[in-house]
Design a protein around this ligand. Structure first.
Ligand code: PEP
Ligand code: MG
Length: 846
């Protein structure tokens, strides 16, 4: 940067020298050179055009980076980090592009003044450079020039970037995170050595000489950091920075560190820079896959709605009319699509009739509000309530309500509903968040992938994306607006990242990975109908999980040799009353017919917990995941269970029909259901079907040998087994990255299950791990003989099984059990599979 950059006052107030700031770090220029403003205004604005490069979680400090790289830190007040956000409202996020004068923060000066040491606010150049102060000791209005800055030519230690780095880990006892003051101490320490030091936190890393880079790490109290140093004084620098951070950096967190506070981990602070100007976003996989496509940003225009009504009668009529139109539009589209889509639309219909929402809207209309304003008041109340309950899955339902809010407001505005977006082939949709109706409205054929800043992996949009077979990444955090419409993007949902403007080499890698994936899928599909055997001929059955009659025939066409898990709760999700025995029989029989004599495993109702059913009200539970779920619901309502068992007993098939019990934790539960099943069989005049249990609790896995004499088979539900073994809620988006069923603890439980249940008819897996190509050989090596996968993965799972001999699988499984992390297990399986594929190809050519 050769020319000067003019910095404009971000806030009204009295401008003065840093010498007047009653804080040693700022007055001593340890954080940076600049000036201070004693504020009189309540709004903090951008000091020039640029990008918000960091925003403290607590909103008390924000920095903006110019396109030339100059970074200005605005630190509002002193010791304001301790306010923990009180008095600050942020209007931007890290990564937001701003113009000079744009609103960054609003302050409640009374609250801030009451809690801060001082309101005086340092405005500093955070990088190395020259600062020219314009006249001090004067009153300025936001937007007036206050200083000019020029960056120094690149300086600092000349290091061999490729030199081997030394690393050390340190836990950071920082009660307020890594805010300006502790960061400035690290930066000062790092600059005093001829070494390059980096702080690495998960997937993010920052140069220890860069204050703002460190602040954007999002480090929280108790986080474990990796320090890496290279250069002539690497060892000494590492030692010094380690000691500095371990001492608490003067932030009062010294000494033995308590367990980290269970605060919701931040979503990523924004994209990281990759090679050749790439922007890399990390997120959570909502639906697997890898695509290269063009970004299409989905923006939503705000719908204006007048506050005041034209009279109670008129507004009431307008609301009724809009509700009727939207209801009939939803009812008309319920007919299309599968069970998931129907369930989502049924939830929308239920909201439209919700007496609470309607009463709130009615009250607002009676108080003189317009129909639109009243409806928004009602839905926003519901949204706030859902989000405040602290349950990730309930919070995701707020999206359904927002979706309906929008549909009604469009209707009331009298404008035509927005025309569906015209998409080009290979469109990767980027959105802050996506509503189910927006996804349904998109041209499914053209949608190649989805990526949202917010959202969770269990949201309805995630379920729809998976059903459409579209890779989806959610919760990538702020910054998606930095990706231009039409920009090339690599959406690697399997690798949990979106790379915008990928470098030529990354494009080539992604293209060959996507091509290899397509090739693999095509080859797998060509052999889908063949029996599945390992390379040495051991028979492994590959089944499909089903939740809808419509899925059965396509699953068979895709190679499924049966159904290893029929999720019966999905068949009646939208019902307001329990299905009768005949209604159930009709559904089960239709699926048995579509399977044409192939085995059908019908799981009894797995309601409760994260799958509430409208017709089955449950008592309030503080911890539903540990409450009345699965078989416990059935034993709590034996009338419902007996009806279901009778329906299963009446299914006619030339093949096996079996009953499977979810969430078993003890032999007593199996005995009780066995007694009911015998009654059902006797009453319906038939033979009792086979009876098996799902292994979803550590208790069931550890007592598989005790359960075995009472059952015919087991099937491991790795989704729940993982959540209960790792004590991590499967709905929690923040834990999604760690919730990997290849965790050695889960594998050891599966090994124990297979050993304990070795004498039963089959040992299956029907959780998500059965659809994981890397997991299949490990599971077989542990003793599993049946895999029930999501229908779209059946052919590929069969192909993966065919590559290895049973001995290969056993070796791999034995080694996996000795590893200490899911990552290590994945790396091992990947390496083994690649080596085997290579040796087979070489062998075939030779
Ligand atoms: C499981 O828990 O792995 C399973 C298959 O059951 P669900 O995902 O339906 O809870
Ligand atoms: Mg389960």
């Amino acid at each position: 940067m050769t020319s000067e950059l003019i910095v404009h006052a971000p806030i009204d107030g009295w401008v003065c020298s840093l010498d007047e700031v009653p804080d040693d770090a700022f007055a001593g220029r340890m954080v940076g050179e600049g000036l201070a403003i004693d504020p009189t205004g309540m709004t903090v604005r951008a000091p020039f055009d640029g990008v918000v490069s960091s925003l403290a979680r607590t909103g008390h400090a924000v920095s903006v980076r110019s396109d030339d790289g100059a970074e200005i830190l605005i630190h509002v007040g002193l010791e304001t980090v301790a306010l923990d956000g009180a008095g600050f409202t942020a209007h931007v996020a890290a990564g937001t592009r701003v113009r000079a004068g744009d609103l960054l923060l609003t302050l409640d000066l009374e609250v801030v003044a009451a809690g801060a040491k001082s309101l005086i606010s340092p405005i500093l150049l955070a990088n190395e450079g020259e600062v020219r102060l314009l006249p001090l000791n004067r009153q300025v209005a936001a937007g007036e020039p206050i200083m000019a800055v020029r960056l120094a030519a690149a300086s600092g230690p000349t290091l061999d970037e490729g030199a081997a780095a030394l690393t050390r880990t340190v836990r950071a006892p920082l009660p307020h995170g890594l805010h300006a003051r502790p960061a400035s101490r690290i930066a000062a320490g790092a600059k005093s050595f001829d070494a390059r030091v980096r702080l690495i936190l998960g997937e993010r890393s920052a140069d220890a000489a860069s204050l703002t880079a460190m602040m954007t790490l999002g480090l929280k109290d108790g986080d474990e950091l990796i320090l890496s140093a290279s250069g002539p004084q690497a060892e000494a620098a590492l030692e010094a920075i380690h000691a500095l951070i371990a001492s608490g950096l003067g932030e009062g967190g010294e000494g033995a560190h308590a367990a980290p506070v269970a605060e919701a981990p931040a979503v990523p602070a924004g994209p990281a820079a990759g090679e050749d100007g790439e922007l890399i976003f990390s997120g959570v996989t909502a639906a697997p896959g890898l695509v290269i496509g063009r970004a299409v940003r989905l923006r939503q225009a705000e719908i204006e709605t007048p506050e005041h009504g034209r009279g109670v009668m008129l507004e009431q009529a307008a609301l009724q009319q809009a509700l009727t139109v939207v209801r009939s539009r939803i009812e008309a589209s319920v007919a299309e699509g599968g069970a998931h889509r129907r369930a989502i639309l049924a939830a929308h219909l239920a909201f439209l009739d919700d007496p609470g929402l309607l009463a709130t809207a009615q009250e607002a209309i009676e108080a003189g509000r317009s129909a639109g304003f009243a409806w928004r008041t009602a839905t926003q109340g519901g949204v706030a309530l859902f989000r405040s309950l602290g349950d990730a899955r309930t919070a995701e339902r707020a999206d359904d309500l927002l979706d309906l809010e929008r549909q009604l407001l469009v209707e009331l505005s009298g404008e035509a509903a927005p025309a569906p977006m015209v998409l080009g082939a290979g469109s990767v949709i980027l959105a802050d968040d996506l509503l189910p109706s927006q996804l349904i409205a998109l041209d499914a054929v053209k949608v190649a992938g989805l990526c949202t800043a917010r959202g969770g992996p269990t949201s309805h949009v995630a379920i729809l994306a998976a059903a459409m077979g579209v890779p989806a990444l959610v919760a990538v955090g702020p910054g998606l607006e930095r990706v231009e419409d039409g920009a090339l993007v690599v959406l690697d949902a399997d690798g949990r990242r979106l790379v915008a403007s990928p470098s030529a080499s990354r494009q080539a890698r992604a293209q060959s990975a996507a091509a290899a994936r397509d090739r693999r899928r095509a080859e797998a599909r060509a052999l889908a109908a063949e029996d599945c055997r390992t390379a040495d001929g051991v028979r492994i059955e590959v089944f499909a999980n089903l939740g809808d009659v419509a899925e059965a025939a396509p699953a068979v066409a895709g190679g499924a040799e049966g159904c290893g898990l029929l999720r019966t709760e999905f068949l009646f999700l939208e019902r307001q009353s329990a299905p009768t025995e005949d209604e159930q029989l009709a559904q089960y029989q239709a699926i048995a017919d579509a399977l044409d004599g192939r085995p059908l495993v019908i799981r009894t109702l797995d309601a409760g917990g994260d799958k509430p059913l409208p017709y089955l009200p449950m008592p309030h539970e503080d911890n539903p995941a540990l409450g009345l779920r699965g078989v416990r619901t059935g034993l709590h309502r034996p009338d419902l269970l007996l009806t279901q068992l009778r329906a299963v007993c009446r299914v006619r098939s030339s093949g096996t029909v079996a009953v499977m019990l979810p969430m078993i934790a003890s032999v007593a539960e199996v005995r009780q259901v066995r007694a009911l099943l015998d009654i059902a069989a006797a009453e319906t005049g038939g033979q009792a079907p086979l009876l098996g249990v799902m292994i979803e609790t550590p208790a069931a896995a550890m007592t598989a040998d005790l359960l075995a004499p009472h059952i015919d088979f087991v099937s491991v539900g790795t989704n729940d087994l993982t959540q209960y073994a790792l004590a991590m809620d499967r709905q929690n988006a923040h834990l999604a990255a760690q919730l990997d069923s290849l965790h050695p603890a889960v594998l050891r439980l599966i090994a124990q299950t297979a050993k304990g249940a070795a004498d039963t008819r089959w040992i299956g897996v029907c959780g998500g791990l059965a659809s994981d190509l890397l997991a299949a050989p490990i599971l077989i090596g542990l003793g599993v003989t049946e895999l029930s996968a999501t229908p779209s993965m059946v052919a590929e799972i069969k192909a993966a099984v065919r590559v290895m001999t049973l001995a290969d699988c056993r070796d791999l499984a034995a080694e996996a059990l000795t590893l200490d992390s899911a990552e290590a297990v994945r790396a091992l399986a990947d390496e083994r599979l690649a080596a085997l594929l290579k040796s087979r190809v070489v062998g075939a050519v030779a």
